[in-house]
Design a binder for this molecule. Sequence first.
Ligand code: NAD
Length: 364
Amino acid sequence: MAESKNAFDVLVLPGDGIGVEVTEEAVKVLRAAGKAHGLIFNLTTALVGGAAIDAEGAPVSDETIRLAAQADAVLLGAVGGPKWDDLPTEKRPEKGLLGMRKDLDLFANLRPAQVFEPLASASTLKPEVVKGIDLLVVRELVSDLYFGEPRGITRTAEGREGFNTMRYRDWEVERVARKAFEIAMVRRRKVTSVDKANVLETSGLWREVVMEVAQDFPEIELDHQYVDNCSMQLIRNPSQFDVIVTGNIFGDILSDEAAMLTGSIGMLPSASLGEGVALYEPVHGSAPDIAGQGKANPLAMILSAAMMLEISCEAPEAAASVRRAVNRVLEEGYRTGDIAERGSSVVSCSEMGDLVAGRLGEAG
Ligand code: NAD
């Protein structure tokens, strides 16, 4: 049997604002996880976003895309800031990120919503409802209404008319569904496919293809929900879900709804996957209002690195120990300003990184 890989080339793109600060902490934690679990990370750092505009004249260079495509994984902080806000859309920092997602064909966007018990009271829902939530929305990212043709606004005899086209080809559904099933295999082995098959032909095909893919994963429990029901179930009983797989438009809405169950934007990681390299980044932006002050919460970025360990490095134990270390630090009452409560010890971005890395070393 071939030995599993234990050395990984990771492209690190800190970006702008707090992206730089939180990335430093994620790298610190990654190194500690590597030490505890026998994994080696060969890190290459490059520029993206505003930093790349200033130094290289474009938000992402061809060389950076080339480095990304060759790496085992990409860790990205955040891009953007007021300095570049007046540039035309095509030249803005955010364009670098979108260009990279498209060039790398990152068709599956993963947003986990995991409630750390010590933060259960930070959610707007009752603690007994959110307690124990550990779900993952897998959203198709490069098709559906957002990309379907024809689209536009036209003038008719009755006035103006706007139109978009919901369109899915079977292979587009197949590849994202397969990704969701593969991920569910290393989780609790349950997939909920969300569609509107009672009304939409696109959804009818979606459901058919998902059921075909399911035949290759007999260990997985598959169920189907209509999107309106799913949005209600997420609030009513979120702990019923493990992996939710859905199309671009439904996923856009449901992933934000699921994310809010956990309380704070500073806690939310994400991953975007294709057939090759994957990109891991926190959901938040560059937070110019707190950049450079050591106030950023690095946990979303640290948890993005944990996703990288689980998915790209296939090291679920290492990922789990990062999450355990985060939970322990929170249990001990340490908080960055955004999640601070009465009685908690407020720490800086780098102190939070030190604490998590330290607990990892202890936990092994
Ligand atoms: P933002 O996520 O940067 O900030 C929103 C609010 O949340 C701010 O008050 C900020 O201080 C707070 N916040 C965000 N992350 C935090 C963290 N880790 N710890 C503590 N507090 C945190 O969104 P915005 O203000 O709308 O955008 C700022 C810039 O970031 C813009 O240029 C925007 O285009 C860009 N942006 C980039 C990405 C990305 O790189 N993926 C995503 C969203 C926004």
